[in-house]
Design a protein around this ligand. Structure first.
Ligand code: C2E
Ligand code: MG
Ligand code: MG
Length: 688
C-alpha cells in the first residue's frame, strides 16, 4: 500500500530539512506499514511517515514540531490509545529504539495499528459473556471449533438437543454437518465459510438438523470466529438453539397468508404473485406465453342452499382435488374465494393448449360428486385470458378472465370462453348499465306495461301480463331482455320485482273497481330465478298483497320451466308455500327446457304457457303444430289451463283454438302497452 505513495509526495521529503545521511533508513521508514515517528530526546516529533499520518489522522506537516505525548521509555510493547481528530479511537502497539538521525540522537518509534484486533477481542469478550448468559438462559447447546486442528467441542446440551448421550457424538465437524438437512447444507456451509473468511461479522443461520429419532429439528446457530493477528480464524465458538416450535408457527402463519384453509390450494395473494412472475418471464422471453383460466362452479349456490354449507365445503374440496389432477405439474391452481378457482397455465404454445385444459377440466368435473350420500352433478364455466393480450398488472388478467367466464356462463353453463377486447367493452358497458339501473330504481324510470291475455272461448280479455319497461333517459325504452339478466346478476331484480308487483296490483285493483269484470280476471307477473330463490319471497308477496288489497286468487306468478327444474325439490316447497297464500302459479316458456313430467305432476301448478317458438312456426312449417298439440295435451292431462304465447296470425289463433287451448296472448291482439292504453283496451273492449 505504501508503495503506491510516490516518495516525492511525502511531507517528510518535501520538508526543508537537510536530507539525512542514511538514505536507506529514510526509505525503509517511509515504506514501513507501521507508523513511524522520529522523535527528539526532548520528545519533539521530527519526522512522520505516511502510515503515521493514517494512524494519527493528521498530515506529517501537522505532526512535525509537536510534542509526541507518549511514553518513550519503559515497557517494551505497551498498547496505547490514539485519539484521532475525528474522535475515533485507535489502538496501537508501540516499539521504540534509540538511533541516530541526521547526526542527532533520536528515538525511532514504531506504532502498529491493532485497532481491528483489539475491537474483535473486545467483541469476543463481550459476546462470550453474552453467549454464556444466553446459553444458560435459553438452554442452548454450545460448540467451540478449533479450526487449526479441525476439532469441535460440542457441549452436552448440544448433544442432548439432538437426542444423543455425551459419548455418542465425537468431536469432528462432520458430527454436525452430516446431520444438517440436505436442502440446507449448502447454505449453512457457505455462511460458515463467509464468516471464517472474514466476510461477515458473525455467523448466524437457521436450518434443519436430524434428531436421533430421525425427525428434523429447526435450530438457530450462531457463532463468532476468533482471529490471529493476521485476521485468520483460529476458532469459531457459538451456540445452537432449538427453534422448531417458532419455525412451525411461522410456517403455519405463512401458510395461512398464502393458502386457502379449506382446500389447501394457494389463495388469491399467492396466485397474483405467481402471475406476476409469469408476466415478468413473458416480458423477458418473446416465446413465453401463459394463460389464466377463471373457473366458477355452476349452481354451487344451489348445493350450498339446499344441502347446507358443510356439503358446499365438501364439494369445494373435492372439486379442488379434481382440478389439481387435471393439470400438468408446472401449472398452478388457486381458490380465489367462494366457488371461484383460477388456473395458471405456464409456457403454452398457443390458444389450443389452454382450451384443451379447459376441456379436460370440464370433463373431470361432470362426473357426479358423492356428498353425504347425495349425488351432486355440477359443471364449471371457464373464462380464459392469454398473456399475448399484453397486460400491465396481474389484476387486469384476472378481471378479463372473469369477464370471459361470465360470457361462458351466459352462453349456457359448462362452457368456456376466451377473452377478447369486444368482451372488455361489453363489460364496461355492463358496469355503466348497472350504475344506470341502480339510479333507474331510485328515480322510478321503470314502468309497467301490460299485454292482454284473451280467452279463446269468449274472445274477451281474461287477464293481463305485467311486463316491465325501462324508460332510459338516453336510450329510450329498454326491453327487459336487455336488462333483466344484469338485474339478476347484481341482485337488482329484487327491488325491481317488488316494484312491478306493487304497481301491477295497484293498477289492476283500480281497473277492477272501474270495470265490472264478469269472469275471473288474472294478473300475470313474472318471477325470475333469483327472485324465486329468495328465502322471504312469500313474506314479501304477502305484504305487497296486503298493502295493495289485491286478491291473492287473482294473481298468477309466472316462473320459467328451467328455474323450476333446476332445483325441483326446493321449487316444490316454494310453490306450495305460495299456493298456501292463495296465489296461483304458471309455468312460463314451457317446452324450451328440460322438463320432467313426473315432477310437474307433483307441482301445484294451474297454468302452462306454451313458448312462443312453438306457436310462431305454425303456418309456415308444419312440424311445430304437432309439438304444440302435444304440449297442450300434456297440460290438459295434468289438469292445467294452457295459454299460447306469441300468437301473431289468425291462422295461429285458429290452430290454437282447434287444439282446445284456453287462452292466447300475442301481437295479434295487442303488443304490451302502457297503463293508459291498457285501460282504454279494457274500457272499449277488444277490437278483434
Ligand atoms: P315472457 O314472460 O315470456 O313475456 C312474453 C314476452 O313475449 C314479452 O316480451 C312480450 O312482449 C313478448 N311477446 C308477446 N306477444 C308476442 C308476439 O306475438 N310476438 C313476439 N315476437 N313477442 C311477443 P318482453 O316484454 O320483452 O319481456 C321479455 C321477458 O322478460 C319476459 O318473457 C319475461 O321473462 C321477462 N320479464 C318481463 N317483465 C318482467 C318482470 O317484471 N320481472 C321479471 N322477472 N321478468 C320480466
Ligand atoms: Mg311471462
Ligand atoms: Mg314467456
Amino acid at each position: 500500500m505504501n508503495d503506491s505513495t510516490g516518495e516525492g509526495s511525502t511531507p517528510f521529503l518535501r520538508s526543508n530539512e537537510p536530507r539525512p545521511p542514511d538514505g536507506r533508513l529514510e526509505t525503509i521508514i517511509h515504506r514501513d506499514a507501521n507508523a513511524a515517528l522520529v522523535v527528539s530526546l526532548q520528545g519533539m516529533i521530527r519526522h512522520a511517515n505516511p502510515s503515521a499520518e493514517r494512524l494519527f489522522g493528521r498530515a506529517a506537516s501537522e505532526l512535525v514540531g509537536r510534542a509526541v505525548g507518549i511514553p518513550l521509555h519503559g515497557a517494551d510493547t505497551p498498547e496505547i490509545d490514539v485519539r484521532r481528530p475525528d474522535g475515533e479511537l485507535a489502538v496501537a502497539e508501540l516499539f521504540s529504539l534509540e538511533t541516530v538521525w541526521s547526526g542527532e540522537t533520536v528515538f525511532l518509534i514504531s506504532l502498529r495499528d491493532i485497532t481491528a484486533r483489539a475491537r474483535a477481542e473486545e467483541a469476543l469478550r463481550e459476546s462470550e459473556e453474552r453467549y454464556a448468559l444466553a446459553a444458560r438462559a435459553a438452554n442452548d447447546g454450545l460448540f467451540d471449533w478449533d479450526v487449526s486442528i479441525n476439532r469441535v467441542y460440542y457441549s452436552p446440551r448440544w448433544k442432548t438437543m439432538l437426542g444423543y448421550d455425551e459419548d455418542e457424538i465425537g468431536d469432528s465437524p462432520e458430527e454436525w454437518f452430516s446431520r444438517v438437512h440436505a436442502e440446507d447444507l449448502d447454505r449453512v456451509r457457505a455462511a460458515v465459510a463467509a464468516h471464517i473468511d472474514g466476510l461477515t461479522s458473525h455467523f448466524e443461520n437457521e436450518y434443519r438438523i436430524r434428531h436421533k429419532t430421525g425427525a428434523w429439528r429447526w435450530v438457530l446457530c450462531r457463532g463468532l470466529a476468533v482471529r490471529d493477528p493476521l485476521g485468520r480464524a483460529t476458532r469459531m465458538a457459538g451456540s445452537q438453539s432449538d427453534v422448531t416450535h417458532r419455525k412451525l408457527a411461522e410456517q403455519q402463519l405463512n401458510h395461512r397468508a398464502f393458502y386457502d384453509p379449506l382446500t389447501n390450494l394457494p389463495n388469491r395473494a399467492l396466485f397474483i404473485d405467481r402471475l406476476r412472475h409469469a408476466m415478468r418471464r413473458a416480458q423477458r422471453r418473446k416465446d413465453y406465453q401463459f394463460a389464466v383460466l377463471f373457473l366458477d362452479i355452476d349452481r354451487f349456490k344451489t348445493v350450498n342452499d339446499s344441502l347446507g354449507h358443510m356439503a358446499g365445503d365438501r364439494l369445494l374440496v373435492m372439486a379442488a382435488r379434481r382440478l389439481e389432477l387435471s393439470l400438468r405439474p408446472g401449472d398452478s391452481v388457486a381458490r380465489l374465494g367462494g366457488d371461484e378457482f383460477t388456473v395458471l397455465l405456464e409456457d403454452i404454445r398457443d390458444e389450443s393448449d389452454a382450451t384443451r385444459v379447459a376441456d379436460r377440466i370440464q370433463r373431470e368435473l361432470v362426473t357426479p360428486f358423492d356428498i353425504n350420500g347425495h349425488e351432486i352433478v355440477t359443471s364449471v364455466s371457464i373464462g380464459i385470458a392469454r398473456s399475448s393480450t399484453g397486460y400491465e398488472n396481474p389484476e387486469d388478467i384476472l378481471r378479463d378472465a372473469d369477464t370471459a367466464m361470465y360470457r361462458a356462463k351466459a352462453a349456457g353453463r359448462a362452457k368456456y370462453a376466451i377473452f377478447d377486447t369486444a368482451m372488455h367493452e361489453r363489460a364496461v358497458a355492463l358496469l355503466t348499465m348497472e350504475a344506470d339501473l341502480r339510479r333507474a330504481i331510485e328515480r322510478t324510470e321503470l314502468t309497467v306495461y301490460y299485454q292482454p291475455i284473451v280467452s279463446l272461448d269468449s274472445g274477451r280479455i281474461s287477464g293481463v301480463e305485467a311486463l316491465v319497461r325501462w324508460n332510459h333517459p338516453q336510450r329510450g325504452l329498454v326491453r327487459p331482455n336487455d336488462f333483466i339478466p344484469l338485474a339478476e346478476e347484481t341482485g337488482l331484480i329484487v327491488p325491481i320485482g317488488r316494484f312491478v308487483l306493487a304497481e301491477a296490483c295497484r293498477h289492476v285493483g283500480a281497473w277492477r273497481e272501474e270495470f265490472d269484470f264478469r269472469d275471473n280476471f288474472a294478473l300475470h307477473v313474472n318471477l325470475s330465478g333469483r327472485q324465486f330463490s329468495q328465502a322471504d319471497l312469500v313474506g314479501q308477496i304477502r305484504s305487497t298483497l296486503d298493502e295493495t288489497g289485491f286478491q291473492p286468487g287473482d294473481l298468477r306468478l309466472e316462473i320459467t320451466e328451467s328455474v323450476v327444474m333446476e332445483r325441483p325439490e326446493n321449487a316444490r316447497a316454494m310453490l306450495l308455500q305460495l299456493r298456501e297464500l292463495g296465489v296461483r302459479l304458471s309455468i312460463d316458456d314451457f317446452g324450451t327446457g328440460y322438463s320432467s313430467l313426473a315432477y310437474l305432476q307433483r307441482f301445484p301448478i294451474d297454468t302452462l304457457k306454451i313458448d312462443r317458438s312453438f306457436v310462431s312456426g305454425i303456418g309456415t312449417k308444419g312440424e311445430n303444430s304437432e309439438i304444440a298439440r302435444t304440449i297442450i295435451d300434456i297440460g290438459h292431462n295434468l289438469g292445467m289451463v294452457v295459454v299460447a304465447e306469441g300468437v301473431e296470425t289468425l291462422e295461429q289463433l285458429a290452430q290454437m283454438r282447434a287444439m282446445r287451448c284456453e287462452s292466447a296472448q300475442g301481437y295479434l291482439f295487442s303488443k304490451p302497452v302502457d297503463v293508459d292504453a291498457t285501460r282504454a283496451l279494457l274500457r272499449h273492449g277488444p277490437t278483434w
